[in-house]
Design a protein around this ligand. Structure first.
Ligand SMILES: Cc1cc2nc3c(=O)[nH]c(=O)nc-3n(C[C@H](O)[C@H](O)[C@H](O)COP(=O)(O)OP(=O)(O)OC[C@H]3O[C@@H](n4cnc5c(N)ncnc54)[C@H](O)[C@@H]3O)c2cc1C
Length: 388
């Protein structure tokens, strides 16, 4: 089968890129080994859409993504579930050292405001006006009014639907097995369903599957973020996307009154089943952290615990968006390091600009392969570099 652009992976990136490219008149095929949103871009609960607290190299993308998110619903075939809730990072105590505490928060607010990400430092009283149920131990907060939440599975399906409407062919249950090369260009992408011949470029958005697809050593490790959804038994609400300065904690409310607890808690990867598994010890630790900050969550009823979705991370915690070293038409967009969802509208727009113009947009420069010392040529067929 022939096409202009071939995309590997039917997550929020693969479907989003297909939507952007087809909207600009290009002929696109997406190959997904399972089904749309079967990876990190699916599963229970919602995702944080925040610019607050991000690596400074990501702030320009994060700011632009904040601008794009509110208009997505009107452009896609379906709702993203996006809500601009505002985001809070809570400070409970002064932390000695280079990171944490109120002074560090002020410095972060300064950096974010300079990058165009509106940020305020709140006193305890100002915070309690926004979040009346937060613990009295919380002394300050960093407030980003333009942060929010959205639903990952609904967003990915809405993107896939809009891409199909615009002419993209999204083929599910079609795993990419290998590629053939003509000099420094991928010539053919091989699947069990037969070969695909892209005339312009191949873009790999296969998350933890990317290294196997590109046959290149990618500095990556796999994490299995664990999400808990609870129903409070006491009267309470959490109005914002809430994170914490010194605790591993992220909280967000669903429209149905449930509360999602996550924030760096991880399940276990099972190599035999090839699936993530819930770690019960981690569940109780995460619940303890949540109750310490929102005491009304004590006795909350646990509805769901999920650790089925794995995510590729970079050693420096920011993604790789680049041409593979040694290749002229094989692009990688991966290693979102557990925060790719919030950034996606800005990344797919910039990457589409790059694919169509041949010129890398400045906003994507920090995400080059060149920052790692191990950029070996493509076609080395070396396995994923997994750090457990
Ligand atoms: C529990 C959890 C919580 C998160 N919370 C947040 C958050 O609050 N905020 C935020 O911004 N981000 C968050 N993230 C991260 C975010 O969801 C991801 O970065 C994003 O969804 C990645 O999208 P993707 O399209 O790159 O990958 P995926 O959605 O994983 O898509 C990759 C696809 O490639 C397919 N594939 C793999 N190999 C092949 C192959 N050989 N052939 C064909 N197809 C293949 C897979 O089946 C998969 O469907 C979270 C992630 C998880 C798991």
């Amino acid at each position: 089968m022939k096409c202009e652009y071939l995309i590997v992976g039917g997550g929020v990136y693969g479907c989003g890129l297909a939507w952007q490219l087809t909207s600009r008149g290009h002929d696109v095929v997406v190959l997904e080994r399972d089904s749309v949103a079967s990876g990190s871009s699916g599963g229970p609960g919602a995702r944080g859409v925040r610019a607050g607290g991000r690596d400074p190299r990501e702030l320009p993308l994060a700011r632009h993504a904040q601008e794009l998110w509110p208009s997505l619903d009107g452009l896609l075939d379906g709702s993203t579930g996006y809500r601009k809730t505002g985001g809070l990072t809570l400070v409970e105590r002064e932390v000695v050292g280079v990171r944490g505490g109120r002074v560090s928060m002020s410095a972060r607010a300064w950096v974010q405001n300079r990058a165009g990400v509106e940020t305020h430092v709140l006193t305890a009283q100002e915070l309690r006006e926004l979040e009346p149920h937060v613990s009295t131990d919380v002394t300050h907060a960093l407030y980003c009014p333009n942060d929010g939440v959205a639903t990952q599975e609904a967003t990915t399906r809405a993107l896939a639907s809009a891409a199909r409407t615009a002419g993209a062919r999204i083929l599910e249950e079609t795993e990419v097995i290998s590629m053939t090369w003509d000099g420094d260009r991928v010539a053919t992408v091989i699947t069990a369903r037969g070969p695909f011949d892209p005339s312009r470029a191949v873009v790999v958005t296969a998350n933890t599957g990317s290294a196997a697809v590109v046959g290149h050593a990618i500095p990556t490790w796999r994490v299995v973020p664990q999400v808990i959804v609870v129903r409070p038994t006491r009267s309470m609400s959490i109005e914002h996307l809430v994170g914490h300065d010194s605790r591993s904690l992220s909280l967000k409310s669903g429209r149905d009154g449930t509360v999602q607890i996550s924030g760096g808690w991880r399940g276990r990867w099972n190599d035999v089943t090839g699936r993530g598994e819930v770690d019960p010890a981690v569940v109780s630790q995460a619940l303890d952290q949540a109750v310490a900050v929102y005491p009304s969550l004590a006795d909350a009823q646990v509805l769901t615990v999920d650790a089925s979705r794995d995510e590729a991370c970079s050693p420096d915690g920011i993604p790789i968006v680049d041409l593979l070293p040694g290749s002229k038409n094989l692009y990688l967009a991966a290693n979102w390091s557990a925060h790719g969802f919030a950034l996606f509208p800005a990344v797919i727009e910039s990457l589409t600009d790059w694919l169509c113009s041949g010129k890398r947009p400045e906003i994507l420069e920090p995400f080059a392969f060149g920052r790692f010392p191990i950029a070996s040529p493509a076609r080395a067929h070396r396995p994923i570099f997994v750090v457990p």
